[in-house]
Design a protein. Structure first.
Length: 283
């Protein structure tokens, strides 16, 4: 039995770092594609900019669950004395994703990267009002919960407001952002009848990472013999499932819906940088 548990612990650690690698690598195809094309045409600033806020929240929550004695103590009080199922690879991924999201967002400043300038009224050039509202609202919600805890914090975290609730709020901000951040790009692909300019490589890597993330969380909870490892870390479970759901949508768009001559003709007309003189796609 002990050998079985040691094996599962090893599998969990391996899966954790593999999914971290997959998710981390998924942030490179899009900025690399933008650099090759010297343009952000076909993508929207909404996706990377809202990612900055989401991964800032995710980074903060992972850091707290890993390194804050107070948060870890409050977690144990609420979850049968167990430790958080957040792993070092989760923290590393959040830090890396935050940095790459900032870099990708900066590519929408053409003068900074020497990219082709896009029209100020072109869809996707400016952050939409809805996304801006979500970004601002996220900071307000977390700040409000922190204010409530500061004023009415309960000495016993099991029965009232505690600082762990601030961390959970930041986690749920990340979850909510994940549920909505893909929609602007899904709609852009739909309007263009094309996925031109949107890297499918990042989606395939993201899909693989989502599967391994959910498996790792399940193994960790099994090893603890308590599924509160999942209920105590619902964001990690939801992140994996939500990302896989939208990844499937993007894969259907790329490989089935818009993988035809009409989509190519549309891309050639509106984004000639995607094709060479022979009509072959360069991304």
């Amino acid at each position: 039995m002990a050998a079985s548990y040691s094996f599962l612990e090893l599998v969990s650690e391996i899966f954790g770092w593999i999914y971290t690698l997959c998710w981390s690598l998924s942030f490179y195809p899009q900025p690399i594609l933008n650099c090759r094309r010297r343009s952000t045409t076909g993508t929207t600033i909404d996706f990377p900019s809202i990612n900055v806020v989401g991964f800032l929240a995710y980074f903060a929550s992972n850091a707290a669950f890993l390194y804050s004695p107070r948060i870890r103590h409050e977690y144990a009080l609420r979850n049968h004395g167990l430790t958080p199922t957040v792993q070092l690879n989760d923290f590393a991924f959040a830090a890396h994703a935050l940095a790459l999201s900032i870099i990708t967002t900066s590519q929408f400043m053409p003068s900074l990267w020497g990219f082709e300038k896009r029209g100020r009224r072109e869809p996707g050039v400016r952050i939409s009002r809805s996304v801006m509202g979500i970004m601002v609202g996220s900071f307000i919600v977390v700040g409000l919960v922190a204010f409530i805890v500061f004023l009415r914090g309960d000495p016993d975290p099991r029965t009232g407001w505690a600082w762990i609730d601030v961390i959970y709020t930041a986690s749920y901000v990340k979850l909510f952002i994940t549920l909505v951040k893909y929609m602007p790009q899904v709609l852009t692909n739909y309007r263009n009848h094309s996925t031109a300019g949107w890297s499918i490589a990042q989606i395939l890597l993201d899909f693989a990472g989502g599967i391994l993330s959910v498996i790792q969380l399940s193994i960790d909870s099994y090893l603890q013999r308590d599924w509160s490892g999942i209920t105590g870390n619902p964001v990690k479970l939801a992140l994996g499932n939500a990302s896989m759901f939208f990844d499937v949508i993007f894969m259907v768009q790329h490989f089935y819906l818009y993988n035809d001559k009409r989509a190519k003709a549309f891309a050639e007309e509106y984004d000639p940088l995607l094709y060479n003189s022979s009509g072959e796609r360069i991304d």
